[in-house]
Write a protein that binds this ligand. Sequence first.
Ligand code: ATP
Ligand code: MG
Length: 267
Amino acid sequence: MPTSSDDAARPDPLLVIDALTAGYGGPPIIDQVSCQVGPGEIVTIVGPNGAGKSTLLKAVAGVLPASGGSVRLGGQEITNRRADRLARLGLGFVPQESDVFDTLTVTENLEMGGYLLDRRAVAEQIATVLDLLPALKKLRGRKAEKLSGGERKMTGIARALMNRPSVLLLDEPTAGLSPELSTTFLGEHVRRLSEHGTAVLLVEQKAIAALEASTWGVLLVNGRRHLDCPAQELAQRHDIGELFLGRAAAGGTSPAKPAAATRAQPE
Ligand SMILES: Nc1ncnc2c1ncn2[C@@H]1O[C@H](COP(=O)(O)OP(=O)(O)OP(=O)(O)O)[C@@H](O)[C@H]1O
Ligand SMILES: [Mg+2]
């Protein structure tokens, strides 16, 4: 559960993750992790490689079973629901390894993504999504296999937006993008989404850029939540910044090991 006094200023949450525990058959990889995201909020999860950030998003998105805890979406219990059911309830998920269809063009990928919409709404939503991610406009007719890594990622994000999700989970959306494009994507495109009321839960290696665009930050270390506070506060934590944020912000490279970088989980 949230712990900061700034919680009072937050909107009522759309997505509530409560003591979520999950793994791959052995010991839990994420252990009793809690956080929440409200409409218009951008909550960024940062932490070193292997901390469990992707595992957390996969467990929320229904692609990995949770062994404990719960997830609620708009007040409805959705723990361990199938991913396709979650899409119908308004949850969009862009995994770290983008899952676009190689042999289809960008437009065809978007049409596939809008499988919950009728034909006319698909065309409208493609126009909306391309306005949001204008870099894709000139690539509409290109097959995904001919795209660069960053363009593929962008196509995967656009695809997830096709069903007009109320909650969007983004796992390293700027991987493969240049520093400039990353800043634009986080500071403008993701922000614009949140301004339209979407609740965004973001995992990013480019931690400073992400936290600057975010309202709230969560630090995950060894599968446990160590900090849960306003994004600016997390970005300014110089004690952890050197280890987690500085290097990641500079080049999107792997942060160092977490030893001595954290304080106890503030539950
Ligand atoms: N499919 C899998 N099967 C078994 N273990 C896995 C699997 N995927 C991830 N893990 C393990 O779970 C731990 C957390 O991995 P995860 O991918 O969630 O970390 P992460 O914080 O997203 O790291 P990164 O910043 O490198 O993306 C790691 O020790 C990883 O080896
Ligand atoms: Mg990951």
